[in-house]
Design a protein around this ligand. Structure first.
Ligand code: F2R
Ligand code: MG
Ligand code: MG
Length: 325
């Protein structure tokens, strides 16, 4: 177990909890009107193995990439890494647009061309760049503006539509803010939302600014307000809302995220990535981490992120005086 309150425990908590939530949510992906008892049964009594999907496969590629490149994005290598991961394990539940694009890259099409030509030339506005963005928020020593720039670069190799990019920016910032906020300090909801919204476009910012009104009422108000689907705009704001409703309770958070229905693996994984960054590795339920597929690789990826970036410049690290938003 990593030292309490260290950056390492936050990075491990984020990636482990996200991978567990991805696996738990994957069973329900695409379903609506879920029975809360069925969801609770799956979350409270985990199967012998928690097998994750494309969300975690791509998150690990990005985390390992950042660790290998000093916390920076090298687009050619990152695009090749995503394409290699897909061709090695095409059965992980990738979206149709993602499959087309990754297959093109594997066949030699430059990633810029493949990403730009997706969906008739508008580019993907799917939540795929957001679902994998947590590692960008876990590179130590970055300002929030630097996180936003790196998230944009990480998204751009596959998702060129502004909403697809904003999804990655919002998710990476949420993770970065959570990792910089001590669990016992509490989160200032309006400050958190504004810090994120100010760094996204007007369409995305408007959806984010609807989140605070949804924190006290029933969870159904979230699925009434947002589509909870495979788009960035439909999935990232609800994930942030679920996190803000359950910042210290991963089990309640995962149940609620899955219970929204729709893109259950992805919304649960994104909410859990933020929660794990806030709470650290100790908050990951032991039965989940014990059952998690490739848990050692997930921990190693988090440790690689912890060592990435400029160690002498960890000005935004938890406990520093300059961790304001
Ligand atoms: N896609 C899935 N799950 C359903 C299929 C599973 C698989 N075939 C199976 O049966 O096992 N899950 C994963 O995909 C989501 C992430 O998606 P990503 O990587 O962004 O892919 P894509 O295809 O680019 O976008 C997803 C959907 O968004 C809509 N969309 C995107 N761009 C659009 C545009 N410009 N105009 C209109 N619609 C657009 C489409 O509906 C895409 O299918 C995660 O859920 C992950 O778990
Ligand atoms: Mg998935
Ligand atoms: Mg999904």
């Amino acid at each position: 177990m990593a030292a309490p309150n260290s950056w390492q425990t936050r990075a491990r908590g984020s990636l482990l909890l996200a991978a567990c939530a991805d696996a738990l949510g994957s069973v329900f992906e695409g379903q609506r009107g879920l029975d809360p008892e069925r969801v609770a049964e799956a979350v409270d009594h985990v199967a012998s193995s928690l097998c994750w999907t494309d969300d975690t496969a791509q998150t690990l590629v990005l985390a390992e990439h950042l660790a290998a490149h000093g916390g920076r994005i090298e687009s050619d290598a990152l695009a090749a890494g995503f394409a290699d991961a897909w061709s090695a394990e095409p059965w992980r539940g990738y979206g149709h647009g993602a499959v087309q694009m990754l297959a093109q890259i594997n066949d030699g099409t430059p990633w810029r061309e493949a990403a730009q030509s997706a969906f008739g030339g508008s580019g993907s506005l799917g939540n795929g760049a957001a679902m994998r963005a947590a590692p960008v928020g876990l590179v130590p020593g970055c300002s929030l503006d630097e996180v936003a720039v790196a998230a944009t670069a990480s998204a751009g190799v596959s998702h060129v539509h502004p909403e697809g990019i904003d999804g990655a920016v919002a998710q990476a910032l949420a993770v970065a803010i959570a990792a910089r906020t001590p669990k016992d300090q509490g989160l200032q909801v309006n400050e958190v939302i504004e810090a994120i919204a100010a760094r996204t476009g007007a369409v995305f910012a408007a959806e984010l600014r609807a989140v605070p009104a949804l924190l006290a009422g029933p969870a159904a108000a979230i699925s009434d307000r947002y589509r909870c689907d495979a788009t960035a705009l439909g999935a990232v704001p609800p994930a942030i809302a679920v996190f803000l409703r359950h910042p210290d309770d991963p089990v309640a958070l995962v149940k609620e995220a899955i219970g929204l229905g729709g893109d259950t693996d992805t919304i649960a994984a994104m909410a859990a990535a933020i929660c794990g960054a806030h709470c650290g590795e100790a908050a990951v339920p032991q039965p989940w981490s014990a059952a998690l597929e490739q848990a050692a690789r997930v921990r190693a990826a988090a440790d690689g992120l912890t060592r990435s970036g400029d160690a002498a410049q960890r000005r935004c690290e938890y406990g520093s005086e300059t961790n304001g938003y």
